[in-house]
Design a binder for this molecule. Structure first.
Ligand code: FES
Ligand code: FES
Length: 406
């Protein structure tokens, strides 16, 4: 039996086995989130694996090291010791909510200025713990600081610089430290359709109809991880291209590695996509929303959001344009792609190559479909980044062999 809060604030008893899905609503860094989670999932795992907030680190998972400290309703709490289902209605602030990269919280600035971190693993825990201390106990004395901060363990720094940073922040803000500075509504890239609904702009994820899978896709602030602007000539008339654009199931069949699984209504579609990045295979589940379908203006705009089981997340804003030419159609694609999680580690160049190769494959499949009026025979394979990675090497070997044989 798990107790969660009902909307009137009173505990609502929920009978759930460890793996039963329970709906949890919480506000995370100012953004309402609705998650559907197995009852056994801890707050730390919900934040990291379901909301992509990996700033909350997990060390001992036994409440000892303090690495996972976050604020729950304004008080420091160990995220590894709380089940997410206990926190229905709670207000959570993680280290991501404390400050922005371009506008750090004074505590973050002081940690940086005083070299209060080495490997940085304990730093989110120390920052959130220090914030809790200075905001809830501003009268704390210098002598009391070591004991008050002893709930977080650091194996690198020897603590002195951490204490200096916290002391400095306290002295610089005698009237109380500023509130967390990055708690506005923004996109949280959550688990894909059917697993969790995540409000991406502060509105409810679930529709009035009770459909839990439709979501509002709001792109993150800032520059995309990859920006792609590519064009190609397709040797078929523009009307034939738009006959494919008009039929989303046909269009989806042309997307490399993609599969449309459900029409969610109102131009939203659930789907799956597979991308292979070197030895890593990513299988995204997500939602695509056709936000603009302007045949007269020859412009199709799609927002997409997905997440794979390993925590890689992506959001994309894709605009396809067509233009009739003497020989057929020029199709252009402008895409802004936002990546987080392990996929982001492969770098912009490689991810950009994968995106461009996917566009070429999409254009080929579109040409085939527009010409025949039939979906491509067999799925369009997703490109392998490993092949792209070694493509320049293979080219060089081929050139060398050609030279040798002359
Ligand atoms: S991971 Fe939570 S206290 Fe160590
Ligand atoms: S800086 Fe490495 S554990 Fe604290």
């Amino acid at each position: 039996m798990t107790e969660v809060l009902a909307e009137n604030g009173k505990p609502r008893a929920v009978k759930a086995a460890a793996d039963d899905l329970v709906e949890v609503r919480m506000t995370v860094n100012g953004t309402p989130a609705v998650l559907s989670l197995p009852a056994r999932v801890t707050l730390a795992d919900a934040l990291r694996d379901h909301l992509g907030l990996t700033g909350t680190h997990v060390g001992c998972e036994h409440g000892v090291c303090g690495m996972c400290t976050v604020l729950v309703d304004g008080e420091a709490a160990r995220a590894c010791l709380l089940f997410a289902v206990q926190l229905d209605g709670a207000d959570i602030v993680t280290v991501e909510g404390l400050g922005r990269p371009d506008d750090l919280h004074p505590l973050q600035e002081a940690f940086g200025r005083n070299h209060a971190l080495q490997c940085g693993f304990c730093t989110p825990g120390f920052l959130m713990s220090s914030y809790d201390l200075l905001s809830n106990q501003p009268e704390v004395t210098e002598e009391e600081l070591p004991a008050e901060l002893s709930g977080v363990i650091c194996r690198c720094t020897g603590y002195r610089n951490i204490l200096t940073a916290v002391r400095e922040t306290k002295s610089a803000h005698p009237g109380g430290i500023p509130a967390p500075g990055n708690c506005a509504h923004r996109a949280l890239v959550g688990r894909a359709t059917g697993q969790a609904g995540v409000s991406t702009d502060g509105r409810e994820v679930t529709e009035e109809t009770g459909d839990t899978r439709r979501i509002d896709i709001v792109l993150p602030d800032g520059d995309p991880t990859i920006a792609v602007d590519v064009g190609t000539e397709i040797g078929v008339p523009v009307d034939a291209v738009w006959r494919v654009f008009d039929d989303v199931s046909l269009l989806a069949r042309c997307l490399p590695g993609a599969e449309l699984t459900e029409d969610l209504g109102e131009d939203q579609y659930a789907g799956r996509a597979r991308v292979s990045v070197g030895p890593i295979k990513l299988a995204f589940k997500g939602v695509a929303h056709v936000v603009e379908h302007d045949r007269a203006g020859q412009r199709l705009r799609v927002l997409a959001q997905g997440q794979d089981t390993g925590g890689a997340q992506t959001q994309a804003d894709i605009v396809l344009r067509t233009e009739a030419t003497a020989t057929g159609t020029v199709m252009r694609a402008e895409a802004k792609v936002y990546l987080t999680g392990r996929i982001a580690q492969f770098g912009r160049a490689l991810a950009g190559d994968v995106s461009r190769r996917m566009f070429e494959q999409f254009a080929d499949a579109l040409r085939e479909t527009a010409t025949s009026g039939q979906a491509p025979t067999g799925p369009v394979a997703a490109p392998s980044a490993l092949k792209l990675l070694f493509a320049p090497l293979f080219d060089r070997i081929r050139t060398a062999l050609r030279r040798k044989s002359r």
